[in-house]
Design a protein around this ligand. Structure first.
Ligand code: MTE
Length: 312
């Protein structure tokens, strides 16, 4: 993934200019108003009730500030520190998820109904990005498997395909077309059905006891803790049950760098990043990366007999 730390200022200005154009005030911009817009933060989050994780592995949590201030969300910008300043344009109420493909009956479900239907639990997980950094996040959510059962997939549904919302008013990078960070939006991800049904895989609606901030993928995102972070697609608007392996966005853009599986594996390097070690956000020294990000016991059986170099 390209990282351009210098992008933050032009990106933010670009975004605010779009806002002014919409307000019909493109030509004269009072600098105080501009500053006000630039300082605007997201809507406040609300508290959730959930069952706490006992944290049996005694993982040391990253802070709320770290988790919400260093993000990958290419629909806004490639600047990790810049995302939180731009993410206020994402409107998450109302929000629906469309379910289609190989299911008994396609349907659309409202976020409010999702929140009523599924009881929430905390899952403290390691989260490892393919770029070589990691963090520990106390996610709040529910098992994707429970949701899938309620979707009533047909027996020939072998994969689950996810899409982020497509809305170029809310996501500035989607308006850039082929000049965007992702060549073809919406952002797409996928899981094999048994990966999706694994009890570790969750749909997350919050972290640290609060609903998700926009920069972390509000109102609902995937979290697959044994895979590189790019599999954990944000702001999901569509879930499809399909027969064939979905082509995920990163594989489509750089097939020699990104595959479908993206399991954390210290033995298989990315062409640009060694995967042997990782830097936990806030730590000075790197630590060893664990096979399947430390979830080998829970998931290794899913890949028995598979060549993990080929299926990277
Ligand atoms: N989902 C969408 N829609 N767009 C993105 O750019 N980035 C991915 C993933 N999900 C991304 C996305 C990547 S590369 C990572 S590492 C994680 O989100 C980052 O999640 P975080 O910002 O909550 O840490």
């Amino acid at each position: 993934m390209k990282i351009n730390q210098n992008e933050i200022t032009p990106e933010t200005l670009f975004e605010n200019r779009r806002k002014f154009i919409k307000l019909g005030a493109a030509s004269v911009v009072a600098s105080s108003t501009l500053m006000e817009l630039m300082a605007k933060e997201n809507l406040p989050t609300s508290d959730l009730s959930y069952k706490k994780d006992t944290n049996p592995n005694n993982l040391e949590l990253n802070t709320y500030k770290q988790i919400t201030s260093y993000n990958n969300f290419y629909e806004f910008t490639t600047s990790k520190e810049g995302v939180k300043h731009m993410a206020h344009t994402l409107v998450t109420t109302p929000w629906t998820i469309e379910i289609d493909g190989l299911v008994e009956k396609p349907f659309t479900i409202d976020m409010q109904d999702i929140m009523k239907k599924y009881s929430l639990e905390e899952r403290i997980y390691r989260f490892r990005c393919v770029e070589g950094w990691s963090m520990v996040v106390p996610w709040i959510g529910f098992e994707l498997g429970k949701f899938i059962k309620d979707c009533k997939p047909l027996s020939d549904a072998k994969y689950v395909r996810f899409e982020t919302l497509w809305d170029d008013e809310m996501f500035p990078d989607q308006a850039r077309g082929v000049f965007g960070n992702i060549k073809r939006y919406p952002y797409v991800e996928g899981l094999r059905m048994d990966e999706a049904m694994n009890p570790l895989t969750i749909l997350s609606v919050g972290l640290y006891g609060k609903t998700l901030e926009n920069q972390n993928g509000a109102p609902i995102r995937l979290v697959v803790p044994w895979k590189y972070g790019f599999k954990s697609i944000k702001s999901i608007a569509k879930i499809s049950f399909v027969k064939d392996e979905p082509l995920n966005s990163w594989q489509e853009m750089a097939p020699h760098e990104y595959g479908f599986y993206a399991n954390v594996n210290p033995k298989v390097d990315h062409p640009r990043w060694s995967q042997k070690r990782e830097r936990v956000l806030g730590e000075l020294f790197k630590q060893k990366t664990l096979m399947f990000n430390g979830y080998e016991k829970e998931v290794a059986h899913l890949y028995k007999g598979m060549d993990l170099r080929k299926n990277f």
